[in-house]
Ligand binder design. Sequence first.
Ligand SMILES: Nc1ncnc2c1ncn2[C@@H]1O[C@H](COP(=O)(O)OP(=O)(O)OP(=O)(O)O)[C@@H](O)[C@H]1O
Length: 319
Amino acid sequence: MIELEGLTKRYGEKVAVNNLTFAVRPGIVTGFLGPNGAGKSTTMRMILGLDRPTAGDVRIDGTHYDRLKDPLTSIGALLEAKGVHPGRSAYHHLLCLAQSNGIPARRVHEVLDTVGLSAVARKKAKGFSLGMGQRLGIAAALLGDPRILMFDEPVNGLDPEGIHWIRTLMKSLAAQGRTVFVSSHLMSEMALTADHLVVIGQGRLLADTSMAEFIQRNSRSYVRVRSPERERLLDVLHGAGITAVENGNGTLEVDGSKAEHIGELAARHQLVLHELSPQQASLEEAFMRLTAESVEYHAHSDTPASAERWGDGWKEGRA
Ligand SMILES: Nc1ncnc2c1ncn2[C@@H]1O[C@H](COP(=O)(O)OP(=O)(O)OP(=O)(O)O)[C@@H](O)[C@H]1O
């Protein structure tokens, strides 16, 4: 478990991380989401003791990182492209890391196998593709067989096969009971990977919620209807107790009614329809709305947004 309490980091006037309090639990994948510059990397660096917090506290299974006996056996991390000596092979890079951390050499073979690099283990790292480099970074994170794993934007720049592989790996690590904390600025990616979400914007906590709840709150479905006889359509819908919202470009959005029902109603009144399409608001859209609100909110108030606010904010914004 990773526990943050009031974690804050300032760089001069800039507050990169602002009073973050949350816990990352074992057995699930927790997604750490926020737009570029939200403070994700800074938070992860503080968890690893690479940056000193200005205020607040962070603990790894109850202990500060710098007091962990064998850190690599407690927490493994993939931060931005690690400094691998270009002339060194994947095998030697991992072997050096293992030897300097008291980890048996057989683990090097095991992790090379896990990440699928065994066949190129003796090749020099300078010939590695971006995807191979990511796999090597992940192998290093797994080396100490840690209970906690942290990945900063692990799918950046990877091809679909690499993305799928990382997604599967994270889920299997969580299924083994490990704590998996992964950052991304893409909601669509997290929707497929994470069980739980922590969202930050401008260093502040915006949401700490299960993915199921996020989806339930934000996947609003509605029907888009367009007719050359818009006023008559509105009257017919109104007469049937259906509320339609005009969205400005001549189309209507209808909540709480199926497309079939609207189509049959229109046919009964001999109304021509040019469009009748069920729509689903995307999670990416909901995430952008949530984080955009944080910017606006930041300008007007000092109080952090609550988890409730973003759910309702989305609905209010659509009305
Ligand atoms: N060493 C530093 N000195 C000054 N400002 C910094 C430093 N490191 C980060 N910042 C600032 O702190 C804020 C948070 O940066 P951080 O890299 O943690 O965000 P992020 O969410 O990881 O973004 P990205 O997705 O772009 O990596 C940014 O405004 C950044 O410019």
